[in-house]
Design a binder for this molecule. Sequence first.
Ligand code: ADP
Ligand code: MG
Length: 327
Amino acid sequence: MEPSTSPDNIDFTQVMDEQRENAAVGNSGTHLSDIISGSDQAIETVDLAADSSVEFRRMLEKSGSRYKILKLIAEGGFGRIFLAQDLILGRKVVIKSLKEKHLARPESVRKFIAEAKLNAQLDHPAIVPLYSLDTDSADGLHLAMQLVNGITLKEYLKRCRERQREEPPRNRRYERSLQVRLESFLRVCDAIEYCHSRGIIHCDLKPENIMLGRHGEVYVMDWGIACPEGTDRKGHLDGTPSYIAPETFRDGAATQQTDVFALGMILNEIVTLRDPVTGADFKEVITRVCAGEFEPSTPLNPRIHSLQHAKQTTSAFANGSKTFYRV
Ligand SMILES: Nc1ncnc2c1ncn2[C@@H]1O[C@H](COP(=O)(O)OP(=O)(O)O)[C@@H](O)[C@H]1O
Ligand SMILES: [Mg+2]
């Protein structure tokens, strides 16, 4: 498939470039970080050295008596996510536990502890706070974190698609729904700008790893493969192929552009409500990403029928965030 050039398709590079130009001329919103002088210098680098020794693990608290598991929320390759009750403070929390089979693998244990330390040191309104890293009588490893009462962006986009198929889009409701998605996107950009400023690359940005709370909260989740900028990930290319930047397949290094590429793909999906790349399997998707063969950016909703419309709507919200241009 040839990359699409039809005028009805949205060229996101152009949309973002234009926003960057707007930001450069005029558009001089004052931001707190401009006012809090020296804030950049105050940012500490993240200490990621993961100690997986027996002594370190002995220092961890046994959390079994504190948290009562209520139900399994999700299960991935490495871990399980549970909803639990904190019996001391009376709140609901989320527990992420390393699977038993991985407890005997030093590399898995090291990665789990590194994820905990990295997440705990990222302090931002769009990053879920960790409460603790605990153990149990069977030497298990469990992360306790804030429960996000909401759904993933992936689920939200699915619902938006279904709704648009079911009922003809009415102007106001449609505009509002796109605005909510764009606002959420900019909050994700803010979180990523923050983690980049701490020298960390997320490496696994995708709608599944973004959660939207009931009260408008937006969270970037899952720091399982995040790493310091410049880390060589050759041979360890975890992630979801549609969101992996093509150059990562060639030189393997994690850079800010790794996350920027994924953000671009997410923005595409948010506006068009379509999958940015399709393929029968992992290999085909990778081949298409590397060849720049993306799906035409024709929005599912005919109301976004032109590049102009997408630009206007994106601008209205992008103008509110300086980070949109920086990442
Ligand atoms: N703090 C949380 N609050 C609510 N749901 C969560 C929380 N953390 C994870 N989840 C749910 O669990 C899923 C998997 O979590 P994630 O951290 O992405 O783990 P994995 O490494 O298995 O992908 C998320 O997509 C989300 O649905
Ligand atoms: Mg995940």
